[in-house]
Ligand binder design. Structure first.
Ligand code: NAG
Ligand code: NAG
Ligand code: NAG
Length: 305
């Protein structure tokens, strides 16, 4: 038998290594197991968020004034309101809002649907995100509803998360009906994201008042924040970037965020939850979803209250 001292030293080292590996636990960036219906119902969380933010932002009223049954009894959002938008952007956002109603209808028809989760779209939620992005408190607190540029900066957080989620989920779907649905959703989410980013790019060098930072810097900081929260590498990019992130390493304009072959990035549901909760953990709700997101996938990461 080996000397007991040697043996206990070995155990001690083993324990140390286990502890170190727990502290530096690699984030989970790999595929998840789930049914097609659960994957598509997960997307409802983001579609509800977009519907409420766009409809309220453009019109001052949300899903409950257009299609109340889609909410399946889920509570109305907190803090969503009409934004002070210029006529062009108001028209665009109004259209996006109606598109989200269509997306909800298509998904609910194809699945069981889930109750609308509690959504917090208050100024405070957005202010926290932008504070986190810059690493200090912006004064006055960032208000997404104040003017067109602020609303576009806030909107830039939203369809993109849906888009990368659809890119991630599509290859895992077994049914061709569901793949057709997700391809159709993906196309329009990508279009919305492109429009928002093109509008931001037009104003890239404008200063966001009164913060003394450019639009491009705001987009860069929020992209960096999302990459940090999701913790699975660079999948979110600014609108003006080093050439190493630009298309074919040949340009620093970056209207569309994409990988080295100019293909869209993909994110898993846990990555998306880490971002939209603003906590960096799929187990810790917060941000836009104070009570957590709905559906089987999101619920499995929430420990019982
Ligand atoms: C609802 O789903 C069925 C198939 O499940 C499909 O044939 C029909 O077109 C869908 N209707 C809407 C409004 O999306
Ligand atoms: C943000 O800007 C910095 C400085 O130009 C750059 O190094 C970084 O790659 C940008 N990040 C993203 C995600 O675009
Ligand atoms: C661009 O540069 C990066 C390194 O910064 C490299 O990994 C990538 O392959 C290059 N892309 C192309 C299309 O040459």
């Amino acid at each position: 038998m080996a000397s007991p001292i040697l043996f206990s030293t070995f155990l001690f080292i083993l324990t140390l290594e286990l502890d170190a590996s727990q502290v530096m636990a690699a984030p989970d960036c790999g595929p998840i197991q789930a049914t097609d219906v659960d994957r598509i119902e997960f997307a409802l969380n983001l579609e509800f968020l977009e519907a409420e933010f766009f409809l309220n932002g453009a019109l001052g009223r949300g899903l409950d004034s257009f299609a109340p049954s889609f909410a399946k009894g889920g509570p109305p959002p907190i803090g969503a309101k009409k934004a002070n938008l210029d006529p062009l952007v108001a028209k665009i956002i109004e259209e996006f809002g109606y598109q989200e109603i269509g997306h909800l209808r298509a998904i609910i028809n194809a699945t069981r649907g889930i109750p609308r989760p509690r959504l917090d779209l208050s100024t405070q939620t957005f202010a926290n995100i932008f504070n986190q992005a810059f690493g200090f408190k912006l004064t006055p607190p960032f208000d997404p509803y104040l003017n067109t540029i602020n609303y576009l900066l806030a909107s830039n957080l939203i369809p993109y998360v849906g888009l990368v989620g659809y890119v991630g989920t599509l290859p895992d779907l077994t049914s061709s009906d569901f793949r057709r649905l997700v391809a159709g959703l993906l196309g329009v989410e990508a279009g919305q994201d492109a429009v928002i980013r093109a509008l931001l790019y037009e104003r890239a060098n404008e200063i966001v008042l009164p913060y003394g930072k450019t639009v491009a810097e705001f987009v860069n900081r929020t992209a960096e924040l999302k990459n940090r929260l999701a913790n699975c590498g660079i999948k979110d990019e600014g609108i003006i970037v080093p050439q190493s992130l630009g298309a074919e390493n040949r340009t620093n304009s970056n209207i569309l965020s994409a990988n080295t072959d100019s293909l869209s990035y993909a994110r898993t549901p846990p990555e998306i939850l880490r971002i939209v909760y603003g906590t960096g953990s799929e187990n810790k709700p917060g941000g836009f979803y104070p009570n957590g997101a709905g559906g089987n996938i999101a619920r499995r990461y929430l420990s019982p209250a």
